[in-house]
Design a protein around this ligand. Structure first.
Ligand code: SF4
Ligand code: SF4
Length: 153
């Protein structure tokens, strides 16, 4: 669902330009408002939608779940800690979804070089980097032998 900008709501602050990983949000030099210059290259990450303080960015839903006449709106509310989606179908039905903001605070992610180098035994491990600590669990869940089909133990 590529995004587009309601130019009448946009104030040209440029937050969407800064955050777009595909570098397709640009400020129109004539109107000084944001514009998605290449929707085909949109990652559909919605970073711009959530970052826009004016709620000026919308997305075009794909026809299979939001055919013509639909609308899809997303609203990020820092004070409530929520991201709300409202999908309106052309027959008037509406679906609302609310999820918590899970944004990681700026500067809180350690780069790979800040971790100790992995030992040789890490190459033979089935765990991914920083598991299980990064998942905030003591150990990854594993099947017990008595849960396996007979004969596979
Ligand atoms: Fe850029 Fe993502 Fe917005 Fe698409 S949805 S314009 S990739 S920030
Ligand atoms: Fe306009 Fe919103 Fe982009 Fe700011 S973040 S330039 S208000 S579309």
């Amino acid at each position: 669902m590529p995004t587009f900008v309601y130019m009448t709501s946009c104030d040209g602050c440029g937050h969407c330009v800064d955050i777009c990983p595909s570098d397709i949000m640009h400020i129109d030099p004539t109107y000084r408002r944001a514009v998605n210059i290449e929707p085909n290259f949109c990652w559909e990450c919605y970073s711009c939608v959530k970052a826009c303080p004016q709620n000026a960015i919308d997305c075009r839903g794909y026809a299979d779940f939001a055919p013509l006449g639909h609308s899809v709106r997303v609203l990020r509310e820092d004070t409530k800690g929520t991201i709300s989606w409202k999908i309106k179908f052309r027959d008037g039905r509406e679906k609302d979804f609310v999820s918590p903001i899970r944004t990681t605070p700026w500067g809180s992610i350690k780069g790979p070089a800040e971790y100790a180098a992995p030992g040789a035994d890490a190459m033979a491990s089935q765990q991914l980097a920083h598991e299980p600590e990064a998942l905030k669990i003591a150990a990854l869940p594993a099947l017990r032998p008595d849960q396996l089909k007979k004969g596979l133990v």
